[in-house]
Design a binder for this molecule. Structure first.
Ligand SMILES: [Zn+2]
Ligand SMILES: [Zn+2]
Length: 167
């Protein structure tokens, strides 16, 4: 994911076209999320000269899989974003609008990686109506009711039931 910016500086090129596939190798940072399948990310866009520096304008897209936050079944989730930033040699490192490069080469790995991780939802649901798993037997309740739901009486209701039997 490295691009040499010197042809732009030397004005041999007006634009660097980006059309590539970005593959995650750093799986550790994703281990905290509910992402279960990480697929390669398609990246398209340009780097152009802009003022004293350059302008990065790319979009990315992929379909990953999450575990449903309720029933744990795999759910497709579209990862999508657009990154428009100024590329500068000197700048405030903490400023999100800038990508600071120390040499004539820019590595887009971190730029895209950070944008994806920042925008990942903490939870994805297979359906808003997902019934989840039975906390008792673990059955996926979307596929039908389990045995335990039949005798499962709310303890508060059970007390009421006792009151009535005393009468
Ligand atoms: Zn679900
Ligand atoms: Zn059950």
């Amino acid at each position: 994911m490295k691009y040499d910016l010197s042809p732009l500086s030397a004005k041999k090129l007006n634009v660097i076209e980006i059309d590539t596939t970005f593959t995650f190798t750093d799986e550790d940072a994703l281990s905290n999320s509910m992402v279960c399948t990480v697929n390669p990310v398609n990246v398209k866009g340009t780097i152009k000269s802009y003022g004293n520096g350059f302008k990065l304008d790319i979009s990315y897209e992929s379909t990953w899989q999450y575990q449903c936050g309720r029933c744990l079944e795999p759910v497709d989730y579209v990862i999508k974003g657009e990154i428009i930033r100024s590329i500068v040699k000197d700048g405030n490192d903490g400023d999100d609008d800038y990508v600071v490069v120390e040499s004539t080469v820019i590595d887009l790995y971190d730029v895209i990686y950070n944008d994806i991780v920042l925008n990942l939802p903490s939870q994805v649901m297979c359906d808003e109506e997902c019934k989840g798993l039975c906390p008792n037997c673990g059955k996926n309740l979307n596929t039908g009711a389990c045995e335990c739901s039949v005798d499962n009486v709310d303890p508060r209701l059970a007390k009421l039931k006792n009151l009535f039997t005393h009468d």
